[in-house]
Design a protein around this ligand. Structure first.
Ligand code: AOS
Ligand code: ZN
Ligand code: ZN
Length: 388
């Protein structure tokens, strides 16, 4: 059996992956939202479910919120509720995609009144961050156009900069802004923040506490995502990850499900670039569970990240470097792949037990009775906000 060195163990023990509150709500596609028994009815229940993931894995110490989906009257109360369950409130996600006013844009809109409304929404999100103790404001913009000529591409970049500047100016202390890019959808001809370059340009113009958010599902097929990870870490501008996986579009599937090797390659560059357990890089999931149960879906996700991190930590970097310098292509590739093909699951199970955690967190959750309890108790769970 592969063994995990003390160094690998300590790096794994420090790992934390933030869960999205919306992963616990019902979600679906534009064709159908399936309801799942036991779905949370409010943000408190979403946090309780997220805390279960952390209880059986010790891998998920915080929960990202989405405004307005997770609006409550008392954020300080929500925070202490979370803390009582052993988790913190994390990134605050804004929403400028579910309001008729934003049909033609929000932060980029031609109409100053619409931009004002969108900026104010972000200022409200920062007020909430003050109460929740959240560090990061994550902005994903659903802005763009469907037809050539429909929009003034240049003017929209300029307005985006002005709007972001006003939002950035409101941040205080350790607070940060992370700008997520996505190459298409809901607009299909152009998106105002389509790629890491645009996000980088926009956040660089703001200042040090503005960074790029990389969602692994937001690239064209075949994109070398690990290269982008490397470059952003090199530039000191990788603020956060939204982990998920995709086959065709922005599928928001369980991270590592579609392409575990890609997740391994990304985590290798994270480690290489000093991003692992680096407080400046937030590791989050951005997933929806349309057909599978939500809590086990999240447990599986964080375990996938842990497993690929363990494998990436096993790369013999000295041997790899020697092969690279020698120009030994096949030896370098073999060193890399040896780590990827190593089954670390028995070693991880043993290590978890040594820390007082269940060897098999999926089985432990299934045996806990929690799922049956929430299915019996909760009626009329809410939708995450997607689909309908
Ligand atoms: C949308 O495609 C993005 O991935 C967003 O990160 C995210 O799903 C949204 O912000 C949820 O609030
Ligand atoms: Zn995302
Ligand atoms: Zn997405």
């Amino acid at each position: 059996m592969t063994t995990l060195s003390p160094d690998v163990q300590s790096q794994l023990a420090a790992q934390g992956i933030e869960l999205p509150s919306w992963a616990f709500g019902n979600s679906g596609t534009r064709f159908k939202v399936f309801t799942t028994p036991g779905t949370p009815r409010d943000p408190f229940e979403k946090i309780a479910d997220a805390a279960e993931v952390n209880r059986v894995t010790a891998l998920a110490p915080s929960v990202a919120l989405h405004i307005p989906w997770d609006k409550v009257d008392d954020y300080a109360g929500l925070r202490s509720y979370a803390q009582d369950l052993g988790v913190e409130l994390g990134t605050i996600n804004s929403n400028t995609f579910q309001d008729d006013d934003y049909k033609f844009g929000a932060l980029t809109h031609e109409d100053a009144a619409v931009r004002r409304k969108a900026i104010d929404h972000h200022l409200e999100c920062i007020d909430i961050m003050d109460a929740t103790g959240s560090r990061d404001l994550k902005i994903w913009l659903a802005e763009g156009s469907n037809y050539p000529g429909q929009a003034d591409l240049r003017g929209r970049q300029d307005r985006l900069h002005e709007s972001l500047q006003e939002i950035y100016a409101r941040l205080t202390g350790e607070q940060r802004l992370v700008l997520e890019y996505k190459f298409f959808e809901p607009s299909f001809y152009h998106t105002d923040v389509p790629d890491w370059g645009t996000s980088y340009v926009q956040v660089s113009a703001l200042g040090e506490r503005a960074l790029v958010c990389l969602d692994t599902g937001h690239h064209a097929p075949g994109t070398n995502i690990e290269f982008i990870v490397m470059q952003l870490l090199r530039l000191g501008k990788l603020g956060s990850f939204d982990f998920n996986s995709r086959f065709y579009a922005d599928d928001d599937l369980i991270v590592g499900a579609a392409d575990p090797f890609q997740l391994f390659r990304i985590l290798f560059e994270v480690i290489r670039g000093g991003g692992l357990n680096n407080p400046d890089v937030a590791f989050m999931l951005d997933q929806c569970h349309n057909v599978e149960k939500k809590i086990p879906g999240q447990i599986r996700s964080v375990l996938n990240v842990q497993e690929m991190t363990a494998r990436a930590l096993l790369v013999d970097t000295d041997a790899l470097r020697a092969a690279q310098i020698a120009g030994d292509v096949l030896a370098a590739n073999a060193v890399f792949n040896d780590a990827f093909y190593t089954d670390v699951r028995p070693a991880l199970a043993e290590w978890r037990e040594s820390r007082g955690l269940p060897a098999d967190p999926m089985a432990a959750f299934a045996a806990s009775g929690y799922q049956e309890k929430i299915e019996a108790e909760r009626v009329g769970g809410v939708q995450a906000g997607w689909g309908a």
